[in-house]
Write a new protein. Structure first.
Length: 79
């Protein structure tokens, strides 16, 4: 059993429900859903290496301090 099996299945279910989501929204959902949560690095590795998920673009914007933010937008691969 892989260490990220539950994480991968929860991401898959979440993307089934919402369609597309950015990395931050997925991380927030995972950390609310599970007591143990996940780190941004762990989530990024899971999304990038699992063939069920594909990067569809980027969300660009600025946060409160005026810093530029660029996060990936993910969806499930349509078979």
């Amino acid at each position: 059993m892989s260490k990220t099996r539950r994480l991968r299945s929860e991401i898959s279910e979440y993307l089934d429900d919402v369609g597309e989501a950015n990395t931050t929204a997925i991380l927030d959902h995972i950390n609310k859903r599970f007591r143990w949560g996940a780190t941004m690095n762990q989530l990024g590795n899971v999304l990038a290496r699992d063939s069920r998920f594909t990067k569809v673009g980027f969300d660009e914007g600025t946060d409160v301090g005026g810093f530029r933010m660029r996060v990936c937008v993910w969806s499930k691969v349509s078979a």
